[in-house]
Design a binder for this molecule. Sequence first.
Ligand code: 6PG
Length: 263
Amino acid sequence: MGKQPNLYTFSDTNALAKTLRAYVLQCQTAGLERHGAFKVAVSGGSLPKTLAKALLDPGNGGPEDKINFSKWEIFFADERAVPLDHSDSNYKLLKDELLDKIPEDLGKPVVHPIDVRHLDDVQEMADQYQEELMRSFAAKDSVKLPIFDLLLLGCGPDGHTCSLFPNHELLRESDAWVAPIEDSPKPPKARITLTLPVVTHGIKIAFLATGEGKAGILKEILDTDEGRSLPCGLVNEGGGERVSWFTDAEAVNGVGFPKRGSL
Ligand SMILES: O=C(O)[C@H](O)[C@@H](O)[C@H](O)[C@H](O)COP(=O)(O)O
């Protein structure tokens, strides 16, 4: 592996959210300098809640502390094949936690939900979402992979991330940008997901993992050889120093991997 990922740990989610905000702002500035926009992919699970805590905080009011949502394009790192108002929808989760609560003066992001006309055909749904990416990034025949400014990801108790599960054949997908999965071990079974090459190609990749339920799997991912072949371990391997882990004390209990003090 190239350089190692960065492991940050905080006493609780409030402290984590403060640093996450500073990190996202740095990524936003870099995206705006690079191409005048900030292209972000987000997962479901516990992430939208913590992200909202970070982004909806009034901040310090300084000029460098401005979240400029009008320049944001938000994509889904993975999504379940359900209507957008379904309780399993990652879009609905993000909408309820964050999108509906953005104050008007911060602007409105462009959000890219799945095309719900294809809920019964996840291959078609994945293809449509890939086309959505192509409309925003570039045609697939002109660039090998889309480059997200930031991917915000969760880590499952088995080491999965997005809807990329351990030992699943999808981990070997090397052509598609977006892939369907119909046998997700985490319900619901039918989903689409960004593929591993797209995830590891991001400019920055951040994992959010908090709570004692994550302690065993974080130790495995960060401290053991076996953990390197888990989906989160493969992201660490592919992304190296572009990967940052935002964790709390409970989640890293027993983890030996060196922690970093500041961004
Ligand atoms: O749609 C999903 O199921 C998620 O995108 C999934 O990949 C999630 O991020 C992890 O399972 C972690 O979830 P928690 O943060 O809730 O543990």
